[in-house]
Design a protein around this ligand. Structure first.
Ligand code: NI
Length: 178
């Protein structure tokens, strides 16, 4: 069983630092590989769709993503975003204009708001083996990547909101926005 890591919340300075690049030589070490597993287990424990290392008090350029949803009609779990490990990610391109949709964040518990994000992006990163990858993503997948990438720049989704009036507690969102 992997360790569940403690989540940092806004106000903690680690969320406002620019995370440091990972030395590619470190990626294959047992300590780093264990840290990746702990990040995945922590993301799953708290039902996150992504998690960036600063959110577990580690100021390194590492993020994990995974989105699964249970499809009642087919009675099975579908993978919307496969489990992805992004080390030293760089946004290499954006297109399609910006679209508004709801986001929440484990570091801003209980709240959500409407955030503009690029419809399509290209991101380059090192995977868990340290191999370079280029990924094109769109829609919700692109949104999750941009949200996690922001964390590595010391930003949270609140900084991206153009109109704070959509900010809602989850209970009020369920009552009035759904
Ligand atoms: Ni977040």
């Amino acid at each position: 069983m992997a360790n569940i890591l403690k989540i940092s919340r806004i106000g903690h300075p680690v969320l406002r630092e620019i995370a440091k690049e990972v030395d590619p030589e470190l990626i294959g070490t047992p300590d780093f590989q264990r840290f990746l597993v702990e990040m995945v287990e922590t993301m799953r424990e708290y039902n996150g769709v992504g998690l960036a290392a600063p959110q577990v008090h580690v100021p390194l350029q590492v993020a994990v993503l995974e989105v699964k949803t249970y499809n009642e009609r087919y009675g099975k779990t579908e993978e919307i975003v496969p489990l992805t490990f992004m080390i030293n990610p760089q946004l290499a391109g954006t297109s399609g204009g910006q679209v508004l949709d709801w986001e929440g964040c484990l570091s801003v518990p209980g709240l959500r708001g409407e955030v503009p994000r690029w419809e399509r992006i290209t991101v380059k990163y090192l995977d868990r083996e340290g191999s370079p990858q280029t990924l094109e993503a769109e829609g919700f997948h692109a949104r999750v990547i941009q949200h996690e990438w922001d964390h590595l720049q010391g930003m949270v989704y609140l900084d991206r909101m153009k109109d704070m009036r959509s900010l809602s507690f989850n209970e009020e969102f369920s009552r009035y926005q759904l």
